[in-house]
Design a protein around this ligand. Structure first.
Ligand code: CTP
Ligand code: MG
Length: 231
């Protein structure tokens, strides 16, 4: 039976948040934001280890006590210039730090998604455990979609049928994911599934909901706190 691992890319700077401190360290419900992802993933008995990918020379990491996660958490200081690079560097370093098989599953999860529920995590693993390709948590688009033209005016309305918003975790087999991200090269890819799709494969969409939001802008912080306090 393949094992399950998690990898959390946390080498971003949070430029859209506009805070000097990278957003994964901003205080959320009394803890650094990334703490909440650790709590969920390290707390899952189904995951063998959780890798976190930091930016080289990340001083802020050392300002916090992470000892409660020490049995599961493996720190890798090999973040890159893009998310895809951070994930690929992390996957290559993880296999040196721990025994991961080619067919083992890796769940890649953003440090900036602190509200992942136990149900969402379990549903992803249950629905994909026997899948050929792997997949991701996602939500059908609810709003009406407009494409903009000149001067911020509507060019046309886009049908939202069959459109989904991609979330994380995204779960793929170790070897396939390394291959896919290596092939991606310089192409801009904002998630792992896009690299798999570029190989001509079709990741499975696993139904999630909007509570697993990504904290991107300052106004997302209060919403994330509210969700955490209700879960
Ligand atoms: N990430 C990373 N390495 C990078 C860029 C991003 O590990 N070079 C991580 C972030 O730390 C985050 C996740 O990828 O956990 C999702 O990225 P995003 O939400 O875009 O975070 P940032 O890139 O930090 O934010 P921004 O795009 O606003 O600068
Ligand atoms: Mg980014």
């Amino acid at each position: 039976m393949p094992n399950f691992f998690a990898l959390i890319p946390a080498a971003g700077s949070g430029s859209r948040m506009g805070n000097e401190l990278p957003k994964q360290y901003l205080t959320l419900a009394g803890k650094p934001m990334i703490y909440h992802a650790f709590r969920r993933l390290c707390g899952s008995l189904r995951l063998s280890a959780v890798f976190v990918v930091l930016a080289p020379g990340d001083d802020e990491w050392l300002q916090h006590d992470w000892s409660e996660f020490s049995t599961k958490l493996v720190v890798l200081e090999c973040g890159g210039a893009t998310r895809a690079e951070s994930v690929l560097n992390g996957l290559r370093a993880a296999v040196k730090a721990s025994s991961i098989g080619d067919d083992d599953w890796v769940l890649v999860h953003d440090a900036a998604r602190p509200c992942l529920s136990e149900n969402q995590l379990d549903r992803l693993m249950d629905e994909l455990a026997n899948d050929e390709v792997g997949g991701l948590l996602a939500v059908p688009v609810a709003d009406t979609l407009k494409r903009s033209g000149a001067d911020g005016r509507v060019e046309r309305t886009e049908p939202r049928e069959k459109l989904w918003q991609a979330q994380t975790p995204q779960m793929f087999r170790y070897k396939l994911l390394v291959e896919a991200l290596s092939m991606a090269g310089g192409t801009v890819m904002t998630d792992d599934a896009a690299a798999i799709e570029a190989l001509g494969l079709h990741p499975k969409l696993v139904l999630s909901d909007s509570r697993n939001l990504k904290v991107t802008y300052p106004q997302d912080l209060a919403l994330a706190e509210l969700i955490l306090s209700n879960s």
